[in-house]
Design a protein around this ligand. Structure first.
Ligand SMILES: [Mg+2]
Ligand SMILES: [Zn+2]
Length: 187
């Protein structure tokens, strides 16, 4: 079983842009390529897990989410870095699109995307990490039995100023590059 690093998308690999719905607003952080390549070389599966309630709210087309992922993966691949899989949750309890209006098991902080990835890719969640800019990312790590690193990019500084009762990150890092350095230093 392989350990994984689960990466949030918005505010983690790319700039937080609200409900991202066009490629011209998709800005990949300059450190993302090196960070993912280091995780690849260290033997981690690298998997993106993203809450995309904009789909359920009718603000983001599902086809655009696939397009954005293709763009991101191609950019990383050009730098010798690869993503092993990409999971997203289109649901929200207040979604305007009826098919997506539900309390699902996949929207972070639930662990559904992680457990599904573990099943599909043979991952050891207890040796895995989740990196993201919101407490819901850390909550998903906890729910899955993985460790969680909170970033200061995206919404991370706001999150750091507003601790969530009963939830602590295993580390807080300035950005994904710093988080990867911390992860690679864990045994
Ligand atoms: Mg985020
Ligand atoms: Zn969901």
């Amino acid at each position: 079983m392989t350990p994984a690093v689960f990466l949030d998308r918005d505010g983690t690999l790319i700039e937080e842009a609200g409900y991202l719905d066009s490629l011209d607003r998709l800005v990949i952080y300059p450190f993302s390529v090196d960070a993912v390549r280091l995780l690849n070389r260290a033997g981690f599966a690298v998997i993106v897990i993203s809450n995309q309630s904009g789909i359920g709210r009718g603000l983001v087309r599902e086809s655009f989410v696939a397009e954005a992922h293709t763009h991101l993966a191609a950019h990383l691949r050009a730098g010798g870095a690869s993503l092993d899989a990409f999971y997203y949750c289109p649901h929200h309890p207040d979604a305007t699109v009826a098919a997506y209006r539900q309390r699902c098991e996949c929207r972070k902080p639930a662990a559904g995307m992680l457990t599904r990835a573990a099943h599909e890719h043979g991952l050891d969640l207890h040796r895995s990490f989740v990196v993201g800019d919101r407490w819901d990312d850390i909550g998903a790590a906890r729910a899955a039995g993985a460790r969680g690193v909170l970033l200061r990019t995206g919404y991370g500084r706001e999150a750091e100023r507003a601790p969530r009762e009963g939830l602590a990150a295993d580390a807080i890092a300035d950005n994904l590059a710093a988080a990867v350095a911390w992860i690679l230093g864990q045994s």
